[in-house]
Design a binder for this molecule. Structure first.
Ligand SMILES: Cc1cc2nc3c(=O)[nH]c(=O)nc-3n(C[C@H](O)[C@H](O)[C@H](O)COP(=O)(O)OP(=O)(O)OC[C@H]3O[C@@H](n4cnc5c(N)ncnc54)[C@H](O)[C@@H]3O)c2cc1C
Length: 227
C-alpha cells in the first residue's frame, strides 16, 4: 500500500509506504524493504524517514537500485538513538513516512562508464554504493569498506570480489587488518580517479587528507557525511 499525502512545498514529497520486509544482516543492522510508490531517485541520494506518526525522522541513503520496484534502506541501530531503534522493531505492514529524495551524492552521467571510481565506506556508509553498483552494473569501481568485524561486511557477496576490499579494525579477515585510513596510504592511485567517501566524519576527514597528500585534486573527491 502506498498513500500519497499532499504537502505545502510541491518540490518535496511526503508519502507513506508500507513496510514489506525487515532482513537482519547482524543483530543490530538490517535492511528495510518498503513499497516504492511513485518515488524517483538517483542512486546515491537519501530520504528522510521514520515510522508514520512519529516526530523524529532521520536521513537514510537509498540502498536499492534505480530500477528496483521496491525501496530499501540499510540501517544500523544506534543504542539509545531515537529512530534507528524504532525502525529495528517495526513489522511488515506498518507505514513508513518517506520524504525526498534529497542530496547530490552520486555519479555525473558522463563519469559513469568513463572513469575509474573508488568508493570508500565506513559501516552502513556502503549503502549508496550498493545502490550505484546495482544501478550501473558495468561501472569500473573499487569498493573499500571499513568495518570493525567481519560480520559487518554487509552483503559482500553482492560485489565482484576483485573489486571489493574489506578493512576490519577489530579482527583479521584475510584481507586488510586495520582501518581504511591504514590501508589507503599503500593503495596505488592516479589523479584521474574519482573518489567517493561515505560514513562517519572522522573517516572522511582523514581520508580526504590522505588523498590530497597523494596528489588527488580536490574536485575528484566527493564526501557524504552520516554523523
Ligand atoms: C545523508 C545521510 C544519510 C544517512 N544514511 C544512513 C544509512 O543509510 N544508514 C544508517 O544506518 N544511518 C544513516 N545515516 C544516519 C542516520 O540519519 C541517523 O543519524 C542514525 O540512524 C541514528 O539516528 P537515531 O535517531 O537512532 O539516533 P540519534 O538519537 O539521532 O543519535 C544518537 C547519537 O548517535 C550518533 N550516531 C548517528 N549515527 C550513528 C552511527 N551510524 N553509528 C554511531 N553513532 C551514530 C549521533 O551523532 C548522535 O550523537 C545517514 C545520515 C545522513 C546525514
Amino acid at each position: 500500500m502506498y498513500i500519497e499525502k499532499k504537502v505545502s512545498d510541491p518540490a518535496i514529497s511526503t508519502n507513506f509506504h508500507k513496510i514489506r520486509q525487515i532482513r537482519f544482516l547482524t543483530e543490530s543492522t538490517f535492511i528495510l524493504r518498503f513499497d516504492r510508490g511513485n518515488m524517483q531517485f538517483k542512486a546515491g541520494q537519501h530520504i528522510i524517514s521514520g515510522l508514520k506518526g512519529e516526530l523524529n525522522q532521520r536521513e537514510y541513503s537509498v540502498y536499492s537500485g534505480e530500477s528496483d520496484d521496491y525501496l530499501e534502506i540499510l540501517v544500523r541501530e544506534v543504542i539509545e538513538g531515537n529512530v534507528s531503534v524504532r525502525l529495528k522493531h517495526c513489522k511488515p505492514g506498518q507505514l513508513l513516512q518517506v520524504n525526498g529524495p534529497f542530496g547530490s551524492f552520486g555519479l555525473e552521467p558522463f563519469d559513469v562508464f568513463s572513469r575509474k571510481l573508488v568508493f570508500i565506506a565506513s559501516g552502513t556508509g556502503i549503502a549508496p554504493f550498493h545502490s550505484l553498483v546495482s544501478t550501473y552494473p558495468g561501472i569500473n569501481y573499487t569498493l573499500i569498506h571499513g568495518v570493525r568485524y567481519n560480520k559487518e561486511a554487509y552483503e559482500r557477496n553482492y560485489y565482484d570480489p576483485d573489486r571489493y576490499i574489506l578493512c576490519t579494525s577489530q579482527e583479521s579477515n584475510g584481507g586488510h587488518k586495520g582501518r581504511v585510513t591504514g590501508f589507503l596510504p599503500g593503495y596505488v592511485v592516479d589523479p584521474d580517479m574519482l573518489f567517493y567517501m561515505c560514513g562517519n566524519n572522522n573517516m572522511i576527514y582523514e581520508v580526504y587528507h590522505i588523498l590530497r597528500d597523494k596528489g588527488i585534486p580536490e574536485e575528484n573527491i566527493f564526501p557524504e557525511v552520516y554523523f
